[in-house]
Design a protein around this ligand. Structure first.
Ligand SMILES: [Zn+2]
Length: 437
């Protein structure tokens, strides 16, 4: 742990504590995995770790912060989001491939400038915290400096961050392509300097199959095989035109997912965004390799990409977390993301409970990333990444909250009606990193 987290004073937070002891059952409104402890104190030790939960007010050795009447949750984990795309969030009228060329690539090219990369990373990390997201799996750009800037911004705030320089050596404009040898040198250097330091971890970051040559994919796979503690992040089967393009580029692959599987890029630390256009064989491969899907409902709706089949994922047995995918997604708010997740499942005739939704952005995401011992719940010993939320913001939500009869109804309404305006305070490893006003 770095100096900043070790200097924390003992802190106690009072509020309505909500977390999970296990994965809730799908669709169940009553679930033993839900731990709701209203008007309790969350105790945080000097190292920024959770020391316990109690109903009685703690003694004067604790700095007491009274948020009585507010909802306290583990900090959200956003498992797929793009730092440089804050500049193109909410860009009009495009599907994935056109959207990349028209909006995203020009925005990412500006990150060649270290000053732009630094300012963008600072703005991005503060924006995450102001939305109640305390951990994230992030794409910077192809530029090595963009990954350095992101790691440094996360480190200075004590945040858990998983990121890596984006690999793309073809089908991208000038100023956004690397080559295999230079990319490998950059990855190795970044891994040595950042992976496993403080709360940072390196992800071998393949943008998506079309922008890497087979040689670059092989290099990425070799990095993963050489060090199984590395993460891998990429996109898969987001959009039908993209899937068709991959089939043309990789005629020997059985499927889009198979392009990654053949190179050894699927493993328990692999996070693949979207996974809409998968088949049963792909789902079995995900389950067998331990790779997970970062479901991005806001982005999938906004870009018209398709509807993710969460039921098929559950039946196949691979992990699914929820992610904003800004700037394809239109908000960094995980409540808005989860609300869209509910609507995507509703379009498929399925019901996502508030518990399953919240779990996918807290304990479930932590577990899928292999970080269940560090984040995602209020178990004793976890780092205190904690957010304090207003139960309601504005008269409509206040009235809805007042008339809610039972807990699932209340939390579901909160999830559908709240956003970053509800955030009162955010703690990272026990230190306050955002406070409204
Ligand atoms: Zn993405």
């Amino acid at each position: 742990m770095n100096q900043k987290t070790s200097q924390t004073a003992k802190t106690a937070l009072r509020g309505d504590l909500l977390d999970f002891s296990a994965a809730p059952a799908w669709g169940a409104e009553d679930d033993a995995a839900v731990r709701f402890r209203p008007n309790h104190w969350l105790l945080i030790d000097e190292q920024g770790r959770i020391a316990g939960i109690q109903a009685e007010e703690p003694g004067p050795e604790y700095q007491r912060i009274d948020h009585a009447g507010k909802l306290i949750l583990p900090g959200f984990i956003d498992t797929h989001v793009h730092c440089p795309q804050l500049d193109v969030i909410a860009s009009y009228g495009s599907e994935l491939l056109d959207w990349l060329n028209r909006y995203t690539f020009p925005a990412e090219r500006r990150y060649a400038d270290p000053a732009v990369a630094h300012e963008g990373a600072e703005r991005f990390v503060d924006a995450l915290l102001a939305h109640g997201t305390t951990s994230a799996v992030v794409f910077p750009t192809v530029h090595k400096g963009s990954a350095e800037a992101l790691f440094e911004s996360a480190r200075s705030r004590g945040m858990r961050m998983i990121a890596g320089k984006v690999l793309m050596d073809r089908h991208a404009p000038d100023g956004l392509r690397d080559d295999v040898a230079q990319a490998e040198r950059d990855c190795v250097d970044l891994i040595q300097r950042f992976h496993g330091r403080d709360r940072l971890a390196y992800a071998v970051t393949v943008r998506f199959a079309p922008t890497s040559t087979p040689e670059q994919l092989a290099m990425a796979g070799a990095l993963c095989k050489a060090d199984p503690t590395l993460y891998m992040q990429t996109h898969v089967a987001e959009n039908r035109a993209e899937v068709d393009w991959v089939a043309q580029l990789f005629p020997d692959a059985r499927s889009y997912l198979d392009v990654y599987a053949r190179e050894g890029l699927l493993h328990p630390r692999a996070v693949l965004a979207h996974g809409i256009w998968l088949d049963e064989a792909d789902r079995r491969v995900l389950a067998r390799t331990g790779a997970q899907i970062a479901h991005c409902p806001s982005s999938n709706l906004f870009l018209g990409s398709g509807l993710f089949d969460w039921t098929a994922a559950r039946e196949a047995g691979f992990a699914v977390s929820s992610a904003s995918d800004v700037g394809g997604g239109t908000s960094l708010s995980m409540q808005r993301t989860l609300a869209d997740g509910y609507k995507v499942q509703a379009l498929g005739g399925r019901r996502l409970s508030a518990w399953a939704a919240l779990h996918s952005a807290t304990r479930g995401a932590a577990k899928a990333l292999g970080l269940g011992e560090e984040i995602g719940s209020f178990e004793t010993g976890r780092l205190a990444d904690v957010c304090v939320w207003d139960w309601a913001h504005g008269p409509v939500a206040e009235q809805r909250d007042t008339v809610a009869r039972e807990l699932h109804e209340r939390v579901f309404a909160w999830l559908l009606l709240s956003d970053e305006r509800n955030l009162a305070q955010a703690f990272v490893a026990g230190r306050s990193r955002f406070r409204r006003g």
